[in-house]
Design a protein around this ligand. Structure first.
Ligand code: NOJ
Length: 549
């Protein structure tokens, strides 16, 4: 079991860290079955060290029937054979630490898989048994209890309730699942549940994990009366602001985070907890990162901001004020495994709600080259900002959203749970291209790939970009090196006066100009440290430049 921790970066390393999200299914496949695995991740960690990130966050690799790509966990303390073994997880953590990379693992406390022993025991124990209180079972409405207990909808479409059949064949109660029917929600008012998760945290902290990313950290507490609530499941999130929402962003969750913070603090080496919390406004989200709660929260307000100068400046200011107000760093994120890759997301004409993808029948299909230019410009804004930033695997290669995935290859439950087959998140989850000329572009030695890779991805392969001046990979490397050298993560931002649709700000000794207008604009004479596109005398449309201030 690995015991060493990486060389100290600085105390509270998470305040300024750039954290790289590995989606293990799609990163690198050592076994050749077409699904990425932990030995594959370990074999490619050098790429991340060379890239210059500080930490790696791994999406779930635990035992799971994989109905929601591993976010349906059937054993929190074991590795799914699809991804390897516990020894492989230990080896990964040890190698990452050798390379100076911290490791954040994912914990999924809102729901388990219906195949988890805890849920199976609850079913078997029968009506009225204490085991049933681990989850949210309720009698149905109507004379025969044939209607769900309330009108809540699953985030993946359809009702959020499924009725069980008791062992004797009689129709039983319903259980709540805010996600897929195979993901029953825990009842966090039951201390038994909290005790089990204390054990899960300790299990991975003891194995050397440097932190946890907490799935659905806004959803664990439900209003006990389970009132009806009218909601559009494909919404953008506006209504999550309310404190009396029956399941999102309720204040009861904070007690859980204080308990988890005490556990993290009891370990050496500055362990960190980050919330996946879809909460608006940011001033409310900041409650998740008060000094005795979590260390960071993903800044989805920033992620959802369109490519617009006024809105971008406003969300940066709002983020810094909200998080600084509670003594926490702001985080910045543009892409992850649930959203359209940011070059495309920022380029569609009509912004799409979170979780909704682009597919073969979508009318609004951005062109690859201009989308990439915009995506690169957005990246150089994000990486200049003070605080901590998240990079999603493949964005350093400039990967486009994979749009033309045929229906019969799609995997996201959203596609199957919505009558009209809403394109979900498969387009941002396609396995990475490592080598331009190898089978599956080097993702898998056999050429297998659980989602099809577009043929055009040869040109995006890491091998085609390494050492190539101006490539997206080299731009990310330079940005991360300069960010460190100029201590941008610790800096403060000041806004300079600028013309319309141009952002101009200084962090430390770096001045950042971003042209969000449709025209090229004059560029002040100064040393260019880095640019998202070639610049000389003027700053082209959709370009960001870092100048020596
Ligand atoms: C958020 C995760 O990022 C997403 O992939 C998953 O489907 C849901 N939570 C449910 O666990």
């Amino acid at each position: 079991m690995p015991t060493q921790t990486p060389a100290p970066m600085s105390p509270e390393w998470w305040r300024t860290a750039v954290i790289y999200q590995v989606y293990p299914r799609s990163f690198a496949d050592a076994s050749g079955d077409g699904v990425g695995d932990l030995p594959g991740v370990t074999s490619r960690l050098d790429h991340l060290a060379e890239l210059g990130v500080d930490a790696v966050w791994l999406s779930p690799f635990y035992r799971s029937p994989q109905n929601d790509a591993g976010y349906d966990v059937s054993d929190y303390c074991d590795v799914d054979p699809l991804f390897g073994t516990l020894a492989d997880a230990d080896a990964l953590i040890a190698r990452a630490h050798e390379l100076g990379l911290r490791v954040i693992v994912d914990v999924v406390p809102n729901h388990s898989s219906s195949e988890h022993r805890w849920f199976q025991e609850a079913l078997a124990a029968g009506p009225g048994a204490a085991e049933r209180d681990r989850y949210i079972f309720r009698a149905g409405r109507g004379p025969d209890g044939a209607e769900p207990p309330n009108n809540w909808l699953s985030m993946f479409g359809g009702p959020a309730w499924t009725r069980i059949t008791e062992a004797d064949g009689t129709p039983g109660p319903w259980y709540l699942h805010l996600f897929d029917a195979t993901q029953p929600d825990f009842d966090w008012t039951n201390p038994w549940v909290a005790d089990r998760f204390d054990e899960v945290l300790r299990f991975w902290f003891d194995r050397g994990a440097d932190g946890f990313r907490i799935d659905v950290a806004h959803g664990l507490a439900k209003a006990t009366s389970l009132p009806d609530y009218e909601v559009d499941p494909l919404r953008t999130g506006g209504e999550w602001a309310s404190d009396d929402h029956p399941y999102w962003g309720r204040n009861e969750v904070h007690e859980i985070w204080r308990r988890w913070r005490a556990i993290a603090d009891s370990y050496d080496g500055d362990r960190a907890l980050v919330a996946e919390a879809w909460v608006t406004p940011l001033s409310k989200m900041a409650r998740w990162v008060r000094h005795d709660e979590l260390h960071q929260a993903f800044n989805f307000g920033y992620l959802m901001t369109p490519w617009d100068a006024i809105e971008l400046r406003a969300v940066i200011d709002e983020s810094l004020a909200a998080f600084e107000g509670v003594g926490a760093p702001s985080t910045w994120v543009l892409s992850n495994h649930d959203t359209i890759r940011h070059p495309f997301r920022l380029s569609v004409k009509e912004p799409l709600p979170h979780n909704i993808g682009i597919g073969p029948k979508s009318a609004d299909r951005p062109d690859e080259a201009p989308a990439l230019a915009r995506g690169r410009a957005a990246t150089l804004v994000m990486l200049a900002l003070p605080g901590s930033a998240y990079v999603y695997q493949g964005e350093e290669l400039g990967l486009p959203e994979a749009i033309d995935i045929p229906d019969d290859a799609r995997q996201d439950p959203t596609f199957f749970r919505t009558p009209e087959g809403v394109y979900g998140r498969d387009g941002c989850r396609v396995p990475l291209p490592w080598e331009a000329d190898a089978p599956a572009f080097g993702f898998s030695p056999t050429g297998a790939s659980w989602l099809p890779q577009p043929a055009s991805w040869a040109e995006y392969a890491a091998s085609a970009q390494v050492g190539v001046e101006g490539s997206t990979l080299e731009m990310y490397k330079s940005a991360l090196r300069l960010r460190r050298e100029h201590a941008l993560g610790e800096g403060r931002i000041t806004w300079n006066e600028s013309i319309e649709d141009v952002l101009d700000f200084t962090v430390g000794d770096v001045r950042v100009l971003v042209n969000l207008s449709d025209e090229e604009v004059p560029l002040p004479g100064s040393d260019v440290l880095l640019a998202s596109a070639p610049v000389s005398g003027t700053l082209p449309h959709d370009t960001t430049v870092w100048l020596r201030a």
